[in-house]
Design a protein around this ligand. Structure first.
Ligand code: CP3
Length: 364
C-alpha cells in the first residue's frame, strides 16, 4: 500500500562509501524502516529557533527570509542546533512557505505578525494566474544550504529535508497568512471545487520537484508538514486533500523515507496513512499506542510529547518521556519527537533534559 516503502525498493544496504553506510545504519534511518535500534532516535520540530540564544544572535543580524536565503547562515543554525541538542537527525533550516514565491505569491514575514501573503488566491482567476513550477531552480538556495549542511554535519547524522503538504500550503495561499477558522479556504473548497482541485494539483506537482531536489542535494529523508489539516472533517479530507497528498508522495524518489505529519489528526489517521508516508506523525492529543494501532504497525510513527510540558521541569519531562516510550512498547519504528514545534520561550535546559531522557530510558 505504501507507495515508497523502503522494504519494497532495492535500497543499497551496503556500499563502498563509509559515509553512506553510516547514514543508512543510523538509528533515525533504521527507525524509519522499522528496523531494530540501540535506543529510540529523537529530534524536535523547530529545533533551530528563537528559544536558542545562538539562533537569536544570528537572527538579529538579518531578516528571517534573508536567513533562509543565505546558505552559510541556514547551514550554521541547522548544524548548531542538532549538535548542541545531541539529537539523532538535523532538519534543514528553511520554511514551508518559501515555495510560495516561485508559485507567484508575494511573501513577507512581518515583524510580530507571522507570515503575510500580499496577493492571496481567492478565485478561479487567481488560481489561473499562479505560475507553474517547472523546476526547483528558483529555490536553489535551499539546495545549497543542504549541500553545505551535509558537508558540515557528522557523517552519521541524517539530514531531513521538508516541505508543506498541499492542504497547509493552500490554506496560507488562500487566507494570506495564518488562520483560525479557514473561512476562505473552506469556502473555495466547497463553493468552487474546480478551482480548489486546480490549486491543489498545482501544489502537488511542485512538491516532488522541490523534495527530490532536496534529496539530490543531500537530504536522507523528507517530511511533509500538514500542520493545519486537523481543521477538516474526514469526508472533506478524503475528497479535497487525500488525492493530492497521495499524488505528491507518490512522486518522491523511491527508497527515501517520507514522514507525513499533521496536528489535530486523531479522526484522520487512517486517511493520512492512505495518502502515504513511511512514518506518520502524531500529536499529543492522541495516546501514541492508540494512534499507532490505528495507523497500523506496518508504518513507523513519530511523536508525540506535548511541547508545552517543556515548560515544566526535568523530572516531569522524564516521567512523560517514560510514558510515551512505554506506549511505544519497544516496537521498532518509533521516532521520538514533540507533538508540534518548540515554542520560542522554551527553556533550553529542559530541551536537553528531554533528549537525554529519551536516550537513557529507551536504551535496549
Ligand atoms: O524545525 C526546524 O528547526 C526547521 C525550521 C522550520 C521553520 N519553519 C523555521 C521557522 C520548519 C520545519 C518550519 C516549518 C513551518 N513554517 C511550518 C510547519 C511546522 C509547524 O509548525 O507546523 C509552518 C506552519 C511554517 C510557517 C511559519 N513560519 C509561521 C506560521 C511562522 C511564524 C510563526 C513564528 O513562530 O514566528 C514562521 C516563521 C519561522 N519559521 C520561524 C522559524 C525559526 C520564526 C522566524 C523568526 O526567527 O522570527
Amino acid at each position: 500500500m505504501t507507495t515508497n516503502s523502503p522494504t519494497t525498493q532495492a535500497t543499497n544496504l551496503t556500499s563502498d562509501n563509509p559515509t553512506t553506510d553510516a547514514l543508512h545504519n543510523s538509528p533515525f534511518m533504521r527507525a524509519c524502516r522499522r528496523e531494530s535500534v540501540p535506543y529510540t532516535p529523537v529530534w524536535l520540530m523547530r529545533q533551530a529557533g528563537r528559544y536558542m540564544r545562538e539562533y537569536r544572535e544570528v537572527r538579529a543580524r538579518t531578516t528571517f527570509l534573508e536567513l533562509c536565503k543565505t546558505p552559510e547562515l541556514a547551514s550554521e543554525v541547522t548544524v548548531y542546533a542538532a549538535e548542541r541538542l545531541g539529537v539523532d537527525a538535523a532538519i534543514i533550516f528553511a520554511d514551508i512557505l518559501l515555495i510560495l514565491e516561485p508559485l507567484g505569491l508575494e511573501l513577507e514575514f512581518a515583524k510580530g505578525e507571522g507570515p503575510v501573503i500580499h496577493n492571496p488566491v481567492r478565485t478561479a482567476a487567481d488560481v489561473d494566474r499562479l505560475r507553474e513550477m517547472e523546476s526547483a531552480d528558483s529555490l536553489d538556495y535551499v539546495m545549497q544550504a543542504i549541500r553545505q549542511t551535509r558537508r558540515a554535519l557528522k557523517p552519521d547524522l541524517p539530514l531531513i529535508g521538508f516541505a508543506g503538504a498541499p492542504f497547509t500550503l493552500a490554506s496560507y495561499m488562500i487566507e494570506g497568512g495564518g488562520s483560525k477558522n479557514y473561512v476562505h479556504t473552506k469556502r473555495l473548497m466547497h463553493a468552487d471545487s474546480g478551482a480548489w482541485h486546480a490549486l491543489m494539483s498545482r501544489i502537488a506537482r511542485a512538491l516532488p520537484l522541490y523534495l527530490n531536489a532536496q534529496i539530490e542535494a543531500g537530504a536522507q529523508a523528507v517530511q511533509l508538514f500538514d500542520s493545519w489539516v486537523g481543521c477538516l472533517s474526514p469526508a472533506d479530507y478524503r475528497e479535497f486533500v487525500l488525492p493530492h497528498t497521495l499524488q505528491a508522495i507518490r512522486n518522491i524518489r523511491p527508497g527515501v523515507p517520507v514522514i507525513h505529519f499533521g496536528t489535530g489528526t486523531a479522526t484522520l489517521l487512517e486517511l493520512l496513512r492512505e495518502a502515504g508516508g513511511d512514518v506518520i506523525g502524531l500529536d499529543w492529543r492522541i495516546p501514541l499506542d492508540e494512534g499507532w494501532r490505528r495507523i497500523g504497525y506496518d508504518r513507523a510513527v513519530m511523536g508525540n510529547f506535548d511541547q508545552i510540558l517543556l515548560f515544566t521541569s526535568p523530572a516531569i519531562i522524564r516521567e512523560h518521556v517514560g510514558r510515551i516510550l512505554q506506549q511505544a512498547g519497544g516496537r521498532p519504528g518509533h521516532i521520538f519527537n514533540l507533538g508540534h514545534g518548540i515554542l520560542p520561550e522554551t527553556p533550553v535546559e529542559n530541551v536537553l533534559a528531554l533528549v537525554e531522557a529519551v536516550h537513557e530510558l529507551s536504551r535496549r
